[in-house]
Design a protein around this ligand. Structure first.
Ligand code: SF4
Length: 358
């Protein structure tokens, strides 16, 4: 099929694509790749919603949107260093649905499904496996765990993607969290504003605000093309409703591992009133070696952003230490011990200056 004909099919895809044959019918992959990709999507779930399918240019073999969301045979190759639970969620999960890694905050994993499945997902061994929400008994136990610990100041709703839940279910959770006075902050991690922007409507926003608590939304996006006008409108609705937004981006080989793309992405976030927050070093998830780059390469990219972009646009480059030991900033070190007691500090142009010890 020619590129033009394939594009025509893509624009006609109006529902989420879940099988390689559907990708081929939409012109996103050649028909002769379907059989080879069936074992990949049998192992790791596939979902490509229309808003993201429309962004893919099938004529471009290096398309950064396709790379993130279309299955690849290399996903079945497992490197010896890769881990089933790369950031150690299980080591800190006292009850189903809760990850309690740091003293003052917990993750509440409300569901294990997403509107789109990223081919590099750090929870790929667990997301896409179940259906719907955490069962009522497990949700009750998770909320009881939070209720019994006054040191928990922040609850991070994650999964899966919590904004894939219906407004009714989200509001139910928000109202139960509203009854816990020591929980002051709710944070939602989501890809919905880019993957299904039409879901961000008045009912969903009302559900999010039902807790009455300070609420933040962290948007996962990795390439500036994901921030379409529709995504911008969806984010604008949330922000105008009094919900501040942050970003999180995974540094990915072949998607955003160049300064121009990262700079455009960070500026696009800020232009959409979203504060860049985390730039994640890619985790050691199974079958994702083709996405990974070294920490040194990441540090070079982040160092190049420093001189080029406003402070508003600077994310924190972090690595999740395998085993569940948490996130650590791993940006380039600009400070070192010089002669005597003095320090040497490197400016954004790469020039070194001497600074008194204090
Ligand atoms: S949206 Fe998040 S949890 Fe869902 S597949 Fe992508 S990275 Fe994984």
């Amino acid at each position: 099929m020619g590129a033009r004909a394939r594009r025509k099919c893509v624009s006609a895809a109006e529902r989420t694509l879940r099988r390689p044959a559907e990708l081929a019918a939409a012109g996103l992959i050649p028909g002769n790749e379907v059989a080879g990709l069936e074992p990949v999507t049998a192992r790791y779930e596939l979902a490509l919603p229309p808003a993201l399918a429309r962004l893919i240019d099938p004529a471009d073999p290096a398309d950064p949107i396709a790379r993130q969301f279309l299955p690849d045979r290399r996903e079945l190759q497992r490197d010896p260093g890769e881990l089933t639970d790369p950031i150690g969620d299980n080591a800190h999960s006292p009850v189903e649905g809760i990850v309690h890694r740091y003293p003052d905050r917990v993750l509440l994993k409300l569901l294990a499904t997403c509107p789109v499945y990223c081919r590099f997902c750090f929870r790929r061994e667990t997301v896409g496996q179940g259906e719907g929400m955490l069962p009522p008994a497990a949700l009750g136990q998770a909320l009881a765990y939070i209720a019994a610990r006054p040191e928990i100041w922040e609850v991070i709703l994650t999964g899966g993607d919590p904004l894939a839940l219906s407004p009714r279910r989200l509001e139910g959770v928000a109202r139960r969290l509203a009854a816990l006075p020591h929980v002051k902050i709710l944070r939602v991690h989501t890809r919905v504003p880019v993957a299904a922007p039409e879901r961000i409507d008045a009912a969903l926003i009302a559900a999010l605000k039902a807790s009455g608590k300070a609420m933040y939304i962290a948007l996962h996006a990795n390439h500036p093309r994901e921030l379409t006008p529709e995504a911008g409108t969806a984010c604008g609705r949330l922000i105008d409703a009094g919900i501040p937004m942050l970003s999180q981006t995974v540094l990915l080989r072949g998607v955003n591992d160049d300064v121009e793309t990262l700079a455009s992405l960070m500026r696009a976030f800020v232009e959409a009133r979203i504060k860049p927050y985390y730039l994640h070093h890619p985790d050691l998830a199974p079958g994702t070696a083709h996405f990974r780059l070294s920490v040194e390469e990441g540090q070079k990219l982040v160092g190049a952003l420093l001189g080029r972009l406003s402070g508003l646009c600077q994310p924190t480059y972090v690595l999740d230490i395998p085993g569940g030991y948490g996130k650590t900033p791993v940006g380039p070190n600009r400070l070192r011990r010089g002669e005597g007691d003095r320090l040497e500090i490197v400016d954004w142009r790469g020039n070194t200056h001497s600074y008194p010890p204090g």
